[in-house]
Design a protein around this ligand. Structure first.
Ligand SMILES: Cc1cc2nc3c(=O)[nH]c(=O)nc-3n(C[C@H](O)[C@H](O)[C@H](O)COP(=O)(O)OP(=O)(O)OC[C@H]3O[C@@H](n4cnc5c(N)ncnc54)[C@H](O)[C@@H]3O)c2cc1C
Length: 392
């Protein structure tokens, strides 16, 4: 039954019988909506809170490649996505006049042990085999082993420092600015964004039931509800195809301005990222057991302390925001995209975990491909069947 004929369907005239409903207004849902509008699908995006209320609404935005050794399909997929994102962001900024805070700033990883030094030499030579030498805009891509910190204000000259890995493939984006640009593009291309609307259930035939009891039966549904997608779909999948991993992060205002060109520092599990807005983001904890998805605690204070020890620029920097979110992780540990076996109109797109911002546009291509029949080749471990097998 279509929305037009269902007694309880929403009656907004321009959204009756949408071709596609996307559940979730995070980075994955918004890219899906952008893609859907591009191919002319009448699309409604449903978000239970506001756009960016989930994990995507933080401020880290690291776009870091997998290590270039043991080259496999998922690494090739991510590399392709990271390269193409540069062009995608340029087009999005041109279309909206908004900035996404994107910069291919590189990444600095201090080395403190001989073992790690030997491993880095392997990574360096593998990067030459597997990475391109130029970005789409012509920037040089390489992996260097630096004998010391290149900037003693940014990375502390620790006496135990043996060397530093420095790659110029890594980049960063401002997550909130990126969401805003995508939402603006979606709205301007006639995607209807409905905030403060919660989907309570999705049935086998793709009928959505909302919190207020209303129902809607679109042509297709993409569930991009982050970690909550797994519980929402459990009545259809039988097993939860994933879970949430909480992360805490902080945003600091340095006492004196720091350059937005500085590379991401990744050291001892801590990320430090200088953004275009003059603020420095620090992340992140990884918590599989948690009581409150959004609370911050002493673990974050430890992280801030670690970051201050690594980065002299952060001495005396004011913490302007403390934030927590929950990342979606699929049971197969890789992202999951595809049509549910028992619900041919329902597509799941989630599980990007710590790398979603770099690959969400490609996950969206695959989700739309599952709807149009123009299937996009994906790493085998992204397949829904693989996750079913991992979860049982
Ligand atoms: C501290 C931290 C740091 C991170 N750092 C990075 C990083 O540096 N780089 C990177 O790439 N990734 C990073 N991540 C991971 C990244 O943020 C997530 O993987 C990504 O945002 C997930 O996007 P999503 O669209 O799948 O889910 P979400 O952003 O969570 O979006 C899902 C949306 O669906 C909505 N929703 C849920 N259920 C319903 C329902 N029933 N009805 C309607 N709407 C619903 C939610 O409100 C939410 O807005 C980080 C995450 C955290 C927590």
């Amino acid at each position: 039954m279509s929305a037009a004929s269902h007694p309880n369907s929403h009656s907004t005239p321009n959204t009756q019988s949408p071709d596609l409903v996307i559940v979730g207004g995070g980075i994955v849902g918004l890219w899906c909506a952008e893609r859907a509008a591009k191919i002319g699908l009448k699309t409604v995006l449903i978000e239970k809170g506001r756009i960016g209320d989930g994990a995507s609404g933080g401020f880290l935005g690291a776009l870091m490649p997998h290590q270039p050794v043991n080259w496999i399909a998922k690494k090739e997929f991510q590399l392709d996505a990271l390269m193409s994102l540069e062009t995608e962001v340029g087009a999005l900024e041109d279309a909206t006049g908004l900035t996404c805070g994107y910069r291919r700033c590189g990444r600095l990883m201090p080395i403190y042990t001989e073992n790690k030094l030997r491993q880095s030499q392997t990574w360096q030579s593998a990067s030459a085999d597997n990475w391109p030498t130029r970005s789409p805009s012509g920037g040089v891509i390489n992996w260097a082993l630096l004998p010391d910190t290149p900037n003693t204000d940014w990375l502390s000259p620790d006496p135990s420092l043996l060397a530093c890995d420095f790659d110029t493939l890594s980049a960063r984006v401002n997550p909130r600015a990126m969401l805003q640009a995508l939402a603006t593009k979606c709205t301007s291309t006639k995607v209807e964004i409905r905030e403060s609307t919660t989907v309570r259930t999705i049935s086998k035939d793709g009928t959505l039931t909302f919190e207020d009891g209303n129902m809607l039966r679109p042509g297709h549904v993409i569930v991009a509800a982050g970690y909550e997608a797994f519980d929402l779909l459990k009545p259809l999948t039988g097993i939860p195809l994933g879970f949430g991993v909480k992360g805490q992060a902080a945003l600091l205002q340095p006492r004196t301005p720091v350059s937005p060109d500085l590379p991401i520092i990744y050291a001892r599990g801590t990320y430090i990222i200088s953004h275009d807005n003059g603020l420095v983001a620090i992340g992140s904890t990884s918590e599989t057991v948690f009581d409150h998805p959004r609370s911050v605690d002493g673990e974050l204070e430890n992280l801030i302390q670690n970051a201050r020890a690594l980065c002299p620029c952060l001495d005396g920097a004011e913490v302007v925001e403390r934030w927590a979110g929950v990342r979606p992780k699929a049971v197969g540990r890789e992202p999951v995209v595809g049509t549910l076996p028992d619900a041919p109109n329902v597509v799941l797109a989630s599980g990007g975990f710590k790398i979603t911002f770099g690959i969400a546009h490609r996950l969206a291509d695959a989700a739309l491909g599952a709807i149009t029949g123009r299937l996009v080749a994906l790493p085998p471990k992204f397949d829904i069947a693989y996750h079913y097998a991992s979860g049982t």
